[in-house]
Design a protein around this ligand. Structure first.
Ligand code: IVH
Length: 692
C-alpha cells in the first residue's frame, strides 16, 4: 500500500470518529436530554472536523455535523409537493366526543369484521405538540430534504433550517436503512429555550415572541439559516409518510419504537391504552402534567394502534378516521384592555397591570394581567382599548403576551388616540416621587415604609405562611388594622390592644382571640424565617436559610459588611448590597429592636459545619438521580460539611445532574463547572472534593 493511502485511511477513520462522537453528543444532549460531553470538548471536536474538511473538501458530506451551522441566506423557500398529503386531525373537546370517535371506530371495524366485537380498541396515545408540522426525507438513511406542511399538498423546503436542529439526525442509526423514509413530526421550541430567547430579546430592547409556537414558526421560516442556527429548536417524530425499501411494523407503537431506535426523537409521554376509559385516563394524567412538561401541548392525540385497521378505516375529507386530537382548554385567549393601573409592591416597585374584559383562559376567569414593568409595556405597546392575547399557563400569573395591532380601534380622527403608556411620576398610593435607578427594570416609590401600600405589603409578607406564619392575618384584616391605626409596623402586632382589636368591624370575639393566639404562637420563630420575614429585597427563602445557618444569630449578620456577606453561598454582590441598604435604614433597625423585645425570633447557633470531607464545597442538584432522593443527596453533602445551593454561580464547585436536568446544567457548562452523575458524586463523597 502507498503511504498516501495509509494516510488517507487514517484521515478517514479520524473523520468517522469525530462524526460519531459529535453525533453521539448531540443525541445525548438534544434527544435524551442527558448531556455528557462538556461544551468545550464538543467545540474542540467540531473545530477539528471543520479543519480537516476544509483542508480535504472531498471529506465533506451533507450529513456531516459541520453542515448544521447554517449556510447563506435564501431569497425564498422553494416549493415542494408532498407525495402523500399531510392531513390534519379532527378535534374532540369532551368525553362525549371522544366516545363518539371510539364508537365510529368500532362500527367501522364491525362492518369489516376486523375486530372481535367485545374487545376494547387499542389506541396509541401521545401528546399533541404545539408546534408546526414538518416532513423529513431520508434517502438511504441520510437526511436529504425537509419541508413544512404548508397547505398539506405543497410545503416549503426548509432543509437548511432543519439541518440546524440538533435533535434531528443527519444520518439514521440503522444498519440497513430504507431506500426512502419520510418521517413526520413537529418542530417546536422548549419552554426554557423560549424563555432564554425572549429574555435576550428583552435585554436588547427588541420585540418578544408571544409563545413558543410562534417562536418556533418564526425561527423555522427564517430565510437566513444562520439565524435559525442561533435559536434552539426541537423536534418530535409522530409518524411516517412515504417509505420505500422497507416494511413497517404492524402497529403505530412499533413504528415509533423503530424511529426511536434509529435515534429520531420521539416523546416519552407516549403510551398504549384500551377503550374510552383508557383514553380518558391518559388525557387526565397528561393534563395533570401539562404545566410541568418541557414543551407546550394543546391536547392528546389518539391513534388506532394497528396499522391494518388504520388503513381499513381510511380518511374522511381531510382527516383520518383512525385518529383524533382531544384538546385541553386554551391557555391563550383574546380580550380587551379596559384600563392600565399601577400597583405598588412590597419593595415599592411599581407594576403596571392591565384590567381586562373578563375572559376564560387556562381554566380560570382572568380580569387582570401583569405588564411587568414600564419597558415591557412600551415594548409591547399595550394601550387602553387594545385587543390583546392573554396567556395563562399553569400557575403562572396571567400575562399580556402581545397586542393585535391590526385591531387597534380606529378613533375619530379629531380625537387623540390613546397615548402610549407612561409610568406616573408620583406614587399612586402616597404621592411620593417615583425613582428608577440605573440598570433597574422597576420604577419605585421613594417613600419606603412610609408609603401605605408598601407598609401593607410588608405586613402581608411578614405574616405569610413561609415567613412568620401568623394564621388568619390576611390582606383584609391587615387593611383594617392599618386603617384603624392599630398597627403600623410588624413590631406593633406583638403589642396589639385586644379590646380595640375586638371592636373592629366584622371582628367577632372568637376571631380576635384566634388572631391573638396566632400572633402569640409566632414568637420565637427560627432565625431563617425571621430573616425572610423582614422582606429584604433579593433575600428569598433559601438565601434566608443560608444566612441563618452561616451567621447563627442576627447581630452577627447585621454586623457583616458586603464582603463578609458574600461568604454565604448564593449571596452575591446584589444581595449583599440590598442587605446593607436595608440595615442602613434607621427605621428598619428600630423595628428590629422592637421585634427583639417582643422575642419574635430566637437565634440559633448552627454555624457551618467545619469538619467533613466537603467543607467549603458548594453543590447544586438538578434533575432526578437514579437511586438517591434530593433530600438524601443534600443530607449526605451537608453531613460532610458541604453546602447545597439553589442556583449555579461561579462559586459552585459541582453540579450533580440526574435525568431531565433543568437549565442549571446549561449554566454549569457555560461556567465550566464539573458535572457529576450519581456514581461520580458518590465517588467525590468518598474521596472528598476539593478539585480547584
Ligand atoms: S398525527 C393525519 N400526532 O396536529 C394527521 N399530529 O391537527 C396526522 N400534531 O398537522 C397527524 N402532535 O402538526 C399527529 N402526536 C401528534 C401530533 C400531531 C401535534 C399536529 C400536527 C398536525 C396537526 C393536526
Amino acid at each position: 500500500m502507498f503511504a498516501s493511502e495509509v494516510e488517507a485511511g487514517q484521515l478517514n477513520r479520524r473523520v468517522q470518529q469525530l462524526r460519531t462522537a459529535i453525533d453521539e453528543a448531540n443525541y445525548l444532549y438534544y434527544v435524551l436530554d442527558a448531556p455528557t460531553l462538556p461544551d468545550a470538548e464538543y467545540d474542540r471536536l467540531l473545530r477539528e472536523l471543520q479543519e480537516i474538511e476544509s483542508a480535504n473538501p472531498e471529506q465533506r458530506t451533507s450529513d456531516s455535523p459541520t453542515q448544521r451551522v447554517g449556510a447563506g441566506p435564501l431569497k425564498a423557500f422553494p416549493e415542494v409537493e408532498h407525495v402523500i398529503p399531510m392531513l390534519s386531525l379532527n378535534n374532540a373537546f369532551s368525553e362525549a366526543e371522544v366516545a363518539a370517535f371510539d364508537r365510529r371506530v368500532r362500527e367501522g371495524l364491525e362492518r369489516s369484521r376486523l375486530a372481535s366485537e367485545s374487545a376494547d380498541i387499542e389506541y396509541a396515545v401521545e401528546p399533541k405538540f404545539d408546534g408546526l408540522a414538518v416532513a423529513l426525507h431520508f434517502r438511504q438513511g441520510i437526511f436529504v430534504q425537509g419541508a413544512t406542511r404548508g397547505d398539506g399538498i405543497n410545503g416549503e423546503d426548509v432543509s437548511a433550517n432543519l439541518r440546524t436542529i440538533r435533535a434531528i439526525p443527519m444520518r439514521l442509526a440503522c444498519e440497513n436503512p430504507p431506500d426512502w423514509l419520510e418521517v413526520r413530526g413537529e418542530v417546536l421550541m422548549l419552554r426554557r429555550d423560549f424563555e432564554h430567547l425572549n429574555q435576550a430579546a428583552r435585554e436588547r430592547g427588541e420585540k418578544t415572541f408571544v409563545n413558543p409556537r410562534n417562536a418556533a414558526a418564526g425561527s423555522l421560516r427564517q430565510l437566513d439559516p444562520r439565524i435559525t442556527a442561533q435559536r434552539r429548536l426541537s423536534f418530535f417524530a409522530y409518524g411516517v409518510g412515504r417509505i420505500e425499501g422497507a416494511s413497517l411494523a404492524e402497529t403505530h407503537a412499533g413504528v415509533m419504537d423503530w424511529l426511536a431506535e434509529m435515534r429520531l426523537p420521539v416523546s416519552n409521554e407516549r403510551g398504549l391504552v384500551r377503550g374510552v376509559d383508557g383514553l380518558m385516563g391518559y388525557f387526565r394524567a397528561l393534563g395533570a402534567r401539562r404545566d410541568t412538561l418541557p414543551f407546550d401541548i394543546d391536547g392528546a392525540v389518539y391513534k388506532v394502534n394497528r396499522l391494518d385497521v388504520q388503513a381499513m378505516l381510511g380518511f374522511v375529507a381531510r382527516a383520518p378516521r383512525f385518529a383524533i386530537a382531544h384538546k385541553y382548554p386554551a391557555q391563550e385567549e383574546i380580550t380587551q384592555v379596559e384600563s392600565i393601573d399601577v400597583q405598588v409592591g412590597r419593595t415599592g416597585a411599581l407594576t403596571p397591570v392591565a384590567r381586562l374584559k373578563p375572559v376564560f383562559v387556562g381554566g380560570v376567569t382572568v380580569t387582570n394581567a401583569t405588564l411587568h414593568n414600564e419597558d415591557e409595556v412600551r415594548r409591547k405597546d399595550v394601550r387602553i382599548g387594545d385587543s390583546v392575547i392573554v396567556r395563562r399557563a399553569g400557575d403562572v400569573i396571567p400575562e399580556v403576551a402581545g397586542v393585535l395591532l391590526d385591531r387597534r380601534p380606529m378613533r375619530d380622527p379629531l380625537m387623540p388616540e390613546f397615548p402610549a403608556f407612561s409610568m406616573p411620576v408620583v406614587c399612586p398610593e402616597c404621592g411620593a416621587p417615583v425613582v428608577r435607578l440605573e440598570g433597574e427594570a422597576a420604577a419605585r416609590c421613594s417613600n419606603g415604609l412610609s408609603c401605605p401600600a408598601q407598609r401593607k405589603q410588608a405586613l402581608m409578607h411578614f405574616a405569610s405562611r413561609r415567613a412568620m406564619d401568623i394564621d388568619g392575618l390576611g390582606e383584609k384584616l391587615i387593611e383594617q388594622l392599618l386603617e384603624q391605626g392599630l398597627v403600623r409596623t410588624p413590631a406593633d402586632l406583638y403589642r396589639i390592644d385586644p379590646t380595640r382589636l375586638a371592636s373592629l368591624e366584622r371582628m367577632a370575639e372568637k376571631s380576635a382571640d384566634n388572631l391573638l393566639r396566632a400572633i402569640e404562637a409566632s414568637r420565637n420563630r427560627d432565625l431563617a424565617r425571621f430573616i425572610f420575614a423582614l422582606g429584604i429585597r433579593n433575600v428569598g427563602e433559601q438565601t434566608a436559610k443560608d444566612l441563618a445557618r452561616h451567621f447563627g444569630n442576627l447581630d452577627a449578620m447585621m454586623a457583616a459588611d458586603e464582603t463578609a456577606l458574600q461568604q454565604v453561598s448564593d449571596v452575591g454582590p446584589v444581595v449583599a448590597k440590598s442587605m446593607r441598604a436595608f440595615f442602613a435604614e434607621p427605621h428598619n433597625n428600630a423595628v428590629i429592636e422592637e421585634l427583639r423585645q417582643a422575642h419574635a425570633w430566637k437565634d440559633g447557633e448552627a454555624q457551618p459545619k467545619s469538619v467533613g470531607k466537603l467543607v467549603g464545597q458548594i453543590f447544586v442538584l438538578t434533575g432526578t438521580l437514579p437511586t438517591l432522593s434530593r433530600d438524601q443527596a443534600k443530607f449526605m453533602i451537608e453531613s460532610e460539611g458541604g453546602k447545597v445551593a439553589g442556583s449555579v454561580s461561579k462559586k459552585t464547585d459541582y453540579v450533580i445532574a440526574g435525568a431531565e436536568p433543568g437549565s442549571k446544567i446549561i449554566k454549569a457548562q457555560d461556567l465550566g463547572i464539573t458535572i457529576l452523575d450519581e456514581v461520580a458524586f458518590l465517588d467525590v463523597l468518598k474521596q472528598g472534593g476539593g478539585q480547584q
